[in-house]
Design a protein around this ligand. Structure first.
Ligand SMILES: [Cu+2]
Length: 123
């Protein structure tokens, strides 16, 4: 093997090691018990809401505390949960995140993309 080939091979190893470190998912605590994940959302007229990612682990209890300034309804796709949102009244939606995957949250009145509930497998 020529010196130049060796350098290329070493460079490839360094790049791959760097990628592995950079892209490695954060380890989740083993055997961590399911917990309660609470998310507070303030929606409606005048809010500068941008779609959020709500990350939980399978089996977690998920609680959304939602207030909208206008009458609306929030839909959690995949779980088929519908939360009526009378204007100005805080509402609670709580359920167990038993379905792994990405689930869109949407306001059906204003068609606002609230974000995505990301349910990860418990390792
Ligand atoms: Cu929907």
């Amino acid at each position: 093997m020529k010196a130049s080939q060796l350098i290329v091979a070493l460079a490839a190893v360094v790049v791959l090691a760097g990628l592995w470190i950079a892209l490695k998912p954060a380890p989740s605590p083993r055997g961590a018990s399911a917990g309660l994940q609470t998310f507070e959302l303030a929606l409606g007229d005048g809010s500068t809401w941008a779609p959020q990612r709500f990350r939980v682990q399978q089996g977690d209890q998920v609680r959304f505390e939602v207030t909208s300034t206008v009458d609306d309804a929030m839909h959690v796709h995949g779980y088929e949960k519908h939360l009526p949102l009378p204007a100005g009244e805080p509402q609670l939606l709580e359920f167990t995140a038993d379905r792994v995957g990405q689930h869109m949250l949407e306001l059906h009145g204003s068609e606002l993309d609230v974000g995505t509930l990301e349910v990860y497998p418990r390792s």
